[in-house]
Design a protein around this ligand. Structure first.
Ligand code: ATP
Ligand code: MG
Length: 234
C-alpha cells in the first residue's frame, strides 16, 4: 500500500505491507512525521491509495461505500473533535441512541458524574472546538462516542500535547476493558501505553521497519523498538 496526500507530492506511506490478526491490539510508534496518523487516514479512506489496497476481512476497502466503511471503524483522533451544539449532539449526532445508552457510555468513560452534576446535563452547551471542556474531558467524550457505535476496529491516536499521565493511563485502561472484542490500533507517544500490546509496529519515514511482538523486538537489543524503550527509561 502506498499513499500521498496530493498528486505531485512525495509518498508518505511507501509500499507497506502487514497483516493484522482479528481482535489483536497493535501499538504503533515511530518518530514524528513517520506516517502513523497517515496510516489511520488511509484506513478511514480520508485519502485514497496511490497504489495497493487495504483489505478488511478480505474485502478491499475501496470497494465499500464510505458510510459502510466508516460506520464500522471508530477513530479517536490526536485532537479530539467536538463541534458547537449540545453534548448530546456531540455524542450522538444522528439521534440513534436512547438516553440510557448515552449515560452508560459516559459512565464507562468516567464522565457520568461530571455531566450529571451539570444543570443542563446532556443538553450542556459545547462551545467552539469544545473549549469549555478540558483536553482530557474531550478525549473521554470522544471515547464515549466511539463506545456507543460498538465498532469492530478502533483507531486511537494518542494526543501529543499530552494529557497528564494519570488521565492517559486511565484512558488506556478503559479502552482495554471496554473494547475487548475490537481490533485496536493505538498510536502511542508514550511507549508504556503500548508495552503490553500483542504486536508493535514501528514506522520509519513511511515504511514499516518493524512489526512483531514486543517480546521478540525486545530480545533484539538493536531493534528500533528496544532503542526507543531504552531511551525512554534513561
Ligand atoms: P506525529 O508523531 O507528529 O503525529 P505522524 O507519524 O503521525 O507524526 P503524519 O502526520 O502521518 O506523521 O505525517 C507523515 C507525513 O505526511 C509528514 O511528512 C507530514 O508532513 C505529511 N502530512 C500529514 N498530514 C498531511 C496532510 N493533511 N496534507 C499533506 N501532508 C500531510
Ligand atoms: Mg500523528
Amino acid at each position: 500500500y502506498s499513499m500521498r496526500y496530493r498528486t505531485g507530492v512525495p509518498l508518505v506511506l511507501r509500499d507497506i505491507s502487514a497483516k493484522i490478526p482479528p481482535g489483536s491490539r497493535v501499538g504503533i510508534c515511530g518518530r514524528t512525521g513517520s506516517g502513523k496518523s497517515s496510516l489511520f487516514s488511509a484506513l478511514f479512506r480520508l485519502v485514497e491509495p496511490a497504489s495497493g489496497c487495504i483489505k478488511i476481512d478480505g474485502v478491499d476497502t475501496t470497494s465499500l461505500g464510505l458510510t459502510a466503511l466508516r460506520s464500522r471503524i471508530a477513530i479517536i483522533p490526536q485532537d479530539p473533535v467536538m463541534f458547537v451544539g449540545t453534548l448530546r449532539q456531540n455524542l450522538d449526532p444522528f439521534f440513534q441512541y436512547q438516553d440510557e445508552e448515552l449515560w452508560d457510555a459516559l459512565r464507562l468513560c468516567r464522565m457520568h458524574d461530571v455531566i450529571a452534576q451539570r444543570p443542563d446535563k446532556l443538553e450542556a452547551n459545547v462551545s467552539e472546538s469544545g473549549h469549555n471542556f478540558s483536553q482530557g474531558e474531550r478525549q473521554l467524550i470522544c471515547i464515549a462516542r466511539a463506545l456507543l457505535r460498538k465498532p469492530k476496529i478502533l483507531l486511537l491516536d494518542e494526543a501529543t500535547a499530552s494529557i497528564d499521565m494519570d488521565t492517559d493511563n486511565m484512558v488506556q485502561g478503559m479502552i482495554r476493558q471496554n473494547f475487548t472484542k475490537c481490533t485496536c490500533l493505538t498510536i502511542a507517544h508514550r511507549l508504556n501505553t503500548i508495552a503490553d500490546s500483542d504486536l508493535i509496529m514501528v514506522l520509519d519515514d513511511g515504511i514499516i521497519s518493524e512489526f512483531d511482538t514486543p517480546a521478540n523486538l525486545l530480545k533484539r537489543e538493536e531493534s528500533a523498538y528496544s532503542e526507543m524503550v531504552a531511551a525512554d527509561h534513561s
